[in-house]
Ligand binder design. Sequence first.
Ligand SMILES: [Zn+2]
Length: 285
Amino acid sequence: MRYTLKDMQAQFTDDDACLQYLFDARYGGMKACPHCGIVSPKYYRVKQRMSFVCKECRHQIYPLAGTIFEKSTTPLTDWFHALYLFSVSKNGVSAKEIERQVRVSYKTAHRMAKMIRILMNESGKLGFLGTPIEVDEAYIGGKSKQSKKGDNKTPVLAALEVGGHVRTAVVPKANSDTAVPFLESNVRPGSMLHTDESKIYKHLRVRVVFEHESVRHIAKEFVKNGVTTNHVEGFFGQLKRSVNGTYHSVSPYWLHSYVSEFAFRYNHRHQNVFSLLLAKAAPRA
Ligand SMILES: [Zn+2]
């Protein structure tokens, strides 16, 4: 059954409930007190403080230390609400929407969104993709207010394991100088790559010993002996629609965090994203 906003608010009725959850997630089931060493220590909540204290030695633990909640004066229930919005959204969450739904100032909403997107950035923390892998590039973004010259679309590379995970990189230019290191860090040598006929991928075989087959899009040849780039194009299609619909114009500076937010959503599409985000926000200490 779907975990609704009401379910979340019933589970996390107030800041005490949120804090208890974060304490349990980070320190629950401690074998010994880190201070006095007593086995199976009993820690109690300290009233009027965001901390828990050891019954034996009075040592205090602050479960928010080192988390995105630490230096914030925003109630934890508002943070949980914003995390929930990110977990159920398909197209991303704008600061405006957080402002409206959570009822915080725009400035607070903007800061929360920024911190939550950092949790969703997994680049460099994931292993190699499985084969076959579809590789493609897209130009994302739009006209910037500053540049009268026209668009400032930014190239993004993606490698997608069919039925599995995706890896992305925002690059200054889409060419083989950026594509090769991107693929080397995400794709095991010897993997089968499916691309279109772009010259970016022409010399891959020589340079990085990837097996490589391409589809000629110009000739309307979208599927050739099972070689397609339809999945990675679908990923980019969704990303473009979302950037245009939710974030309107995104500057190249911010694009990186939106793209990794999308990759995160794609990679965890079969999971409970809310509890995953909470687990990332409150890692085991
Ligand atoms: Zn103790």
